[in-house]
Design a protein around this ligand. Structure first.
Ligand code: NAD
Ligand code: IPM
Ligand code: MG
Length: 374
């Protein structure tokens, strides 16, 4: 087996998906050359694009490509044609949900950090957010997203069932405890155990296995309070463990601490497969405008490289992203006064990977594209 050859399934999807994915591919091409890896990219349809072309948000062919890959790189799905039509029978989001389920991606890991040059601009106080570093473990293939659903044909009522089993909770709970052991030994379970039976099951199971991790301090917080605490005092959190829907909501909220949702990557992992995707959506208002921040997708590539065991490349990539951010080579979401396009930011990061270790190259003089100064 060639340990430098990897099959990557690439699913650009809808809205800004193709634009951010094309920056991630640009980065992977440069990494392949610099580190002597070979990536074979197999593209697949998903989401609204797949519905328009095939009638199916996750065509069989796409699923096959993903199952046969070493990793899946996913952009974003979603389209206003469906968001604004509650009667639509087939929806882009079903493609992503089915893919997560079929690949058994039970844990969605969403890291959050802050960058020195962005702290100054944050609406949140510097002393509150500086140094915040949180790892969110979101359960991804159960709960209310996957329970029984029903809409009464008369439109009088509808329901979505939230169901969790011991088997759904145990693997991700162990994973979160193990991550806490590697970090600051603090795990916070975010739930609604004062109201929900499912949340009480989460607490019971976490209490049961806590004795296997005696060095980890396990805390609990109700999700409504957690939504407030994340903004008031994010540094009290280290590893967060939570169910599917709470994790979806609090991670978008947590992105405000980092400066933009356009910075937050994620890894969705299972026993056999892994998928890497930004936490944000298809941002349809920005489609084709070249203003979307590509960094969430590019940092998802870094998580993918970690997963493939390519740590030197992952480290170099993260260092290059930091260099771009700290030197203000950013998109408009991070600096409205001076900003670059999606592809200029991608090229800046790619060039840094390519040239920064060449001693003859004066990187500080590099000129790429044109910034827009307002
Ligand atoms: N994983 C996914 O594919 C995913 C995730 C969330 C939402 N969605 C779908 O995306 C569509 C739009 O949903 P939404 O508007 O609620 O969420 P969204 O994440 O697409 O956009 C919300 C806001 O976040 C900001 N934003 C998002 N991505 C950004 C980027 N790369 N750079 C800069 N700013 C960015 C923009 O201000 C935008 O208005 C819907 O159809 C939804 O279902 C898909
Ligand atoms: C598009 C939607 C199904 C998805 C989710 O809720 O999981 C998205 O919001 C996310 O965070 O990846
Ligand atoms: Mg979400």
């Amino acid at each position: 087996m060639n340990n430098n050859y990897f099959k990557i399934a690439v699913l650009p999807g809808d809205g800004i998906g193709p634009e951010i994915i094309s920056e991630s591919i640009k980065i992977l091409d440069v990494i392949a050359e610099a580190f002597q890896y070979e990536f074979q990219f197999n593209y697949g349809l998903i989401g609204a694009e797949a519905i328009f072309k095939t009638g199916d948000p996750l065509p069989e062919e796409t699923l096959k490509i993903c199952k046969e890959s070493d990793a899946v790189l996913f952009g974003a799905i979603g389209d206003p044609a469906f968001d604004n039509n509650p009667e639509a029978k087939v929806r882009p989001e079903q493609g992503l949900l089915k893919l997560r389920k079929e690949l058994g991606l039970f844990a969605n890991i969403r890291p959050l950090k802050t960058y020195a040059s962005l702290i100054e601009k944050s609406p949140l106080k510097k002393e509150i957010i500086e140094g915040a570093d949180i790892q969110i473990f979101r359960e991804l293939v159960s709960g209310i997203y996957f329970g029984e659903k029903y809409t009464d044909p008369e439109g009088a009522y509808a329901y979505d069932v939230c169901k969790y089993s011991r088997e759904d909770i145990l693997p991700i709970a162990h994973m979160a405890f193990q991550e806490a052991q590697k970090r600051n030994k603090k795990l916070t379970l975010i739930d609604k155990a004062n109201v929900l039976d499912t949340s009480r099951l989460w607490r019971k199971i976490c209490q049961e296995i806590a004795s296997e991790y005696p060095d980890v301090q396990l805390d609990y917080m109700f999700v409504d309070n957690a939504a407030m605490q994340l903004i008031l005092n994010p540094k009290q959190f280290d590893v967060i463990l939570t169910e599917n829907m709470f994790g979806d909501i609090i991670s978008d909220e947590a992105s405000v601490i980092g400066g933009s949702i356009g910075l937050l990557p994620s890894a969705s992992v299972g026993e056999k497969n892994a998928l890497f995707e930004p936490i944000h959506g298809s941002y349809p208002q920005a489609k084709g405008k070249g203003i979307a921040n590509p960094i969430a997708s590019i940092l998802s590539v870094a998580m993918m490289l970690d997963h493939l065991g390519l740590q030197p490349a992952a480290n170099k990539l993260r260092q290059s992203v930091e260099h771009a951010i700290e030197n203000k080579y950013v998109t408009i979401d991070l600096n409205t006064k001076q900003y670059y396009s999606t592809s200029e930011v991608g090229s800046f990061i790619a060039d840094y990977i390519k040239y920064s270790e060449k001693s003859y190259y004066n990187f500080e003089n590099i000129k790429i594209g044109k910034s827009t100064i307002v």
